[in-house]
Design a protein around this ligand. Structure first.
Ligand SMILES: Nc1ncnc2c1ncn2[C@@H]1O[C@H](COP(=O)(O)OP(=O)(O)O)[C@@H](O)[C@H]1O
Ligand SMILES: [Mg+2]
Length: 261
C-alpha cells in the first residue's frame, strides 16, 4: 500500500485535556477521504498532525505517527508530497503579495518571492498553468489582501499544487465563501481529483462533499467516531449520531446537503 499516514495510539494533549484521543488510522495516498465532525471535534488538530506541524504528545507504548512511511520530515521536502490549504494561510499573504507571487512562492514554501529565490522559466510557466487551472488568470496581478475570500482561496489552492503533490489537504475550504464560490470550489475539487492528486477534505459542512470521496472518517470529541466506505458511513443516521441531532441527508447531481427533521 502506498501509505500517506499511519497513526497508532496517537493522542494530543493540551493542558490536561486530550484534544486527540487514541487515534488509530491508516490512509493511503490513493484515496480521497472526507473528514467530518462538529466544531471542536479535533479536525484541525488532526490536520496539524498529518501535515507534520505537531507531533503526538506521547511516544512509546506502541505509538506510531508516520507520514509517507517516515517518522520525521523536513517540512520543505514534505511540501513536494503534500499540499495544504487552511484559512489562516490567507492572512500570511496580506503583505502586498500578488496572486501570481503567492502561487510562485509555493515552489519555495515561502510567503512571496525575494531576491534570493532562484525563479526559473519552468516555475513561471507552471505557476501560470496552475492559475489557469483554477480559472483565476484575470486576477493574477491583484494583491491577495484585496481579493474576496473565494478568489484568495483559489490562489492558495493553485499555490499548493505547483509541486504536483500526491495529496492535498483542505481544512474547511468553503469557510466564508458565498454559494457561487462554494460551487466553484466544488468543481475545482473534482478537477483536482481527476488530475490525480488525492484530496483529504476536512469539513463540518456536508455540502463540501464531492462524489469522488470514497472514504469517510468522522471525528467526535477528539476520537474517531466512524470510519468506512461512503455507502456505509455517509448516511442520515450516522450523521445524526455524529451531530447529536436528527438530520436527513439528500444527494442530487453530485451535491449533498443535510437538514434537521
Ligand atoms: N493549542 C491549543 N491549546 C488548547 N486547546 C486547543 C488547542 N488547539 C485546539 N484546542 C482545543 O481542542 C479542541 C479541538 O480543536 P480543533 O482541532 O481546532 O477542532 P475543529 O477543527 O474540529 O473545530 C477545541 O476544543 C479547541 O478549543
Ligand atoms: Mg477546524
Amino acid at each position: 500500500m502506498d501509505s500517506f499516514i499511519e497513526l497508532k495510539k496517537v493522542s494530543v494533549l493540551r493542558g490536561n485535556r486530550k484534544i486527540l484521543d487514541d487515534i488509530n488510522l491508516n490512509i493511503s495516498s490513493s484515496e480521497n477521504v472526507a473528514v467530518i465532525g462538529p466544531n471542536g471535534s479535533g479536525k484541525s488538530t488532526f490536520i496539524k498532525l498529518i501535515t507534520g506541524k505537531i507531533y503526538p504528545s506521547y511516544t512509546g507504548n506502541g505509538t506510531v505517527c508516520r507520514l509517507f512511511e517516515r517518522r520525521r520530515w523536513n517540512i520543505h521536502d514534505l511540501r513536494s508530497m503534500l499540499g495544504i490549504v487552511t484559512n489562516e494561510l490567507q492572512y500570511d499573504f496580506y503583505n502586498e503579495i500578488t496572486g501570481f507571487e503567492a502561487v510562485l512562492s509555493g515552489f519555495f514554501s515561502s510567503i512571496g518571492i525575494s531576491n534570493n529565490h532562484a525563479v526559473t522559466k519552468e516555475m513561471i510557466r507552471k505557476a501560470g498553468d496552475m492559475i489557469d487551472f483554477l480559472d483565476v488568470s484575470s486576477l493574477k496581478d491583484k494583491k491577495i489582501e484585496t481579493m474576496s475570500s473565494g478568489e484568495a482561496r483559489r490562489f492558495l489552492i493553485a499555490r499548493s499544487l505547483v509541486n504536483s503533490p500526491k495529496v492535498l489537504v483542505l481544512d474547511e475550504p468553503s469557510n466564508s465563501l458565498d454559494i457561487s464560490s462554494s460551487l466553484k470550489l466544488h468543481n475545482t475539487m473534482r478537477k483536482i481529483s481527476d488530475s490525480g492528486t488525492k484530496i483529504i477534505l476536512v469539513t463540518h459542512l456536508v455540502s463540501d462533499i464531492i462524489p469522488e470521496m470514497d472514504r469517510f472518517v468522522f471525528f467526535k470529541d477528539g476520537k474517531i467516531f466512524a470510519d468506512g466506505k461512503r455507502s456505509e458511513i455517509f448516511t442520515g443516521d450516522r450523521l445524526s449520531s455524529l451531530f447529536d441531532m436528527e438530520v436527513r441527508l439528500d444527494e442530487n447531481n453530485g451535491l449533498c446537503w443535510i437538514r434537521a427533521v
